[in-house]
Design a protein around this ligand. Structure first.
Ligand code: BTN
Length: 260
């Protein structure tokens, strides 16, 4: 049932109205990680736009080798793409923008992006995105967009969840229909992906949706920690940090803590 809250392949694909994103959905009540299964399917040549969807992940993965908690009630999905090398940096941007647009359209909530692609509501993280690509030389064999959204959960019930997280239920005081949110997300991802393939850009919208710019930040890359003012982002997604000594550091990946 599309208006309900239970997930199935048909609840997503029926009359979806996309050309290829989400035309094939493989649904699992429970699995290790949708990104892991998506990788296997991509290696077996799955059609572009195939979605791996799970009600629950038992080994959800986050960025920087973290664990992503993914109990029932959340959205955990991965999308298989075969982009051009030139479009690879924009995939991070379009994924987070599509989440922001869909949360607004379906739940009516404003959200922002914390560089590079965490989605926040009222300063708390509601969505994490993990992009994993297989690249050989100048060829992208595949890219997986993995999206985890805290939807119908009261996070106070989960002691393991960090205090800076939130869910759509916690923000709204009511549940949100997951199939509607997923369908909107897939339509939006296809729309933004087509912007790239027709020579357009998603960079400006992504940059303007960032809460990070102009703020004092601490960036943990997993190997080093940088502190400074987040000055701007480059067209390939890097963060330019004005250091205390006046120099500029370009960071390509990391976890940002905002300071005021
Ligand atoms: C992060 O913020 O660290 C990224 C979290 C990404 C979680 C999603 S849930 C669906 C997909 N499958 C995974 O194992 N991870 C991503």
């Amino acid at each position: 049932m599309i208006g309900g809250n239970s997930l199935s392949a048909a609840s997503i694909t029926k009359n979806l109205g996309t050309r290829f994103i989400g035309q094939s959905v493989i649904y699992y009540p429970s699995l290790t990680s949708t990104n892991e299964v998506a990788k296997q399917k991509a290696q077996q040549g799955a059609v572009e736009g195939t979605v791996i969807l799970a009600d629950e992940q038992t080994a959800g993965r986050g960025r920087l080798k973290r664990v992503w908690l993914s109990p029932r009630g959340n959205i955990a999905l991965s999308i298989i793409l075969y982009p051009n090398m030139a479009h690879l940096p924009s995939i991070i941007m379009l994924a987070s923008l599509a989440v922001v647009h869909s949360i607004k359209a379906v739940a009516g909530l404003n959200s922002q992006i914390k560089w590079p692609n965490d989605v926040l509501i009222n300063g708390r993280k509601v969505c994490g995105i993990l992009i994993e690509s297989d690249v050989q030389g100048n060829t992208v064999n595949y890219t997986i967009i993995g999206i985890g959204i805290n939807v119908n959960l009261k996070l106070a019930d989960f002691a393991e969840v960090p205090p800076d997280a939130t869910s759509l239920t916690d923000e709204l005081g009511r549940d949100v229909p997951r199939p509607s949110l997923i369908r909107c997300l897939l339509v939006e991802i296809e729309r933004l992906y087509s912007v790239l393939s027709t020579g357009g850009s998603v960079y400006e919208d992504w940059r303007d949706s960032l809460v990070t710019l102009g703020r004092k930040v601490r960036v943990n890359t997993g190997e080093a920690i940088y502190e400074g003012v987040a000055e701007s982002v480059t067209r390939d997604g890097g963060l330019l940090l004005r250091n205390m000594d006046g120099g500029v550091t370009r960071v390509v990946a990391g976890d940002v803590t905002l300071h005021d």
